[in-house]
Design a protein around this ligand. Structure first.
Ligand SMILES: [Zn+2]
Length: 328
């Protein structure tokens, strides 16, 4: 099996694990003979084995542009090798992260156990103890594109193969797919946190409330936990802790059907999803519940501020990714 097929299989595996990847989040890449193949923006890693979702980029041209903070590195479309780009898709909005890592294989996921650490205001100190046996760096939150690239460049020492991105996720890098998978597994196990059980929803009450509305109960108990775990909703409903939350769900979490939001968490009862909502909505609701069930009452959390949210949702590359996710 070629290294590229191995990467596609690994991508499909991590893409199928809701504790690692939700909807179009996360991305993988492989550098081969000067070309960096990276997941296309707006596509789902879980589809990597069955669909063509990788875009080829000129790696050295991208690195040269990054070195001078060229604005072309925001969307990275200028570096696509058109002759090899069968799908015509754009590269991931997190392409710069992959380009900066010198290793051939890079895997970036929104691991909920990592995020449960990365949303703490003392994340770097906490992680320093946990990850002492790794060659890692903590990268304070920055919007993907050039800001995140600059934040990584400032802390990327030779040999570093694990990045924890504040209020975001984790990156691992290795020379082979097998090594990258083993490293990811080791990091995820090291950062595992105790998790409160998901309290089942009151389905009878939810079905009654949905009558005559455009809503239906969420499919999984893990999603319902956003509403049935009192602490999850209390900490999660007014804050934005990581980028994909605000991109897909908006600021905070709606708690009333009258809001007409795509996702509504009814305290103590369960979660409703609006019919026809984007397929990313339930995975994003579940992600927040999965993270919050791994956070405890006394944990000091830090959320994205209004300025960070504004810079993210009004970023052109992010708007493009959203356009691809419209539909069923
Ligand atoms: Zn990400």
């Amino acid at each position: 099996m070629t290294e590229f097929s191995a990467l596609k299989n690994l991508s499909a595996r991590v893409g199928a694990d809701p504790l690692l990847v939700q909807a179009a989040g996360g991305n993988t890449s492989l550098k081969h003979e000067g070309v960096m193949w990276i997941k296309a923006s707006g596509t789902w890693l879980g589809d990597a084995a069955s669909k063509d979702i990788f875009v080829p980029l000129n790696h050295s041209a991208l690195l040269a542009a990054l070195a001078k903070s060229d604005p072309a590195c925001e969307a990275c479309t200028d570096f696509v090798v058109a002759d090899l780009n069968a799908t015509g898709l754009r590269p991931s909005i997190e392409t710069t992260v992959h380009a900066l890592m010198p290793q051939r294989v890079v895997v970036h996921v929104h691991c909920v156990n990592t995020i449960a650490w990365a949303v703490r205001s003392d994340a770097e100190q906490q992680l320093a103890g946990k990850l002492r046996d790794f060659n890692w760096a903590f990268i304070p939150y920055a919007r993907p594109g050039l800001p995140l690239a600059n934040a990584i460049s400032a802390r990327l020492n030779p040999g570093v193969d694990v990045l924890v991105l504040g209020n975001h996720g984790v990156v691992v890098a290795a020379e082979t797919v097998v090594e990258a998978e083993a490293l990811l597994d080791r990091v995820v196990k090291t950062l595992a946190r105790p998790v409160r059980a998901a309290v089942p929803p009151d389905l009878a009450a939810l079905h009654l409330l949905c009558e005559g509305t455009d809503y239906a109960p969420a499919e999984s108990n893990e999603t319902h936990a956003l509403a049935t775990d009192a602490f999850a909703l209390e900490r999660g409903k007014n804050s934005v802790f990581y980028p994909d939350h605000v991109v897909f769900l908006g600021v905070g979490v709606a708690t009333e059907i009258e809001s007409e939001a795509a996702l509504v968490a009814l305290p103590g009862k369960g979660v409703l999803i609006r019919k026809g909502a984007k397929p990313a909505i339930e995975p994003m609701g579940r992600c927040l519940a999965d993270v919050m069930r791994r956070v405890e009452a006394e944990d000091p959390l830090t959320a994205l501020n209004a300025e960070a949210i504004d810079r993210l949702v009004n970023w052109d590359a992010e708007k493009y990714r959203q356009g691809l996710n419209v539909g069923t």
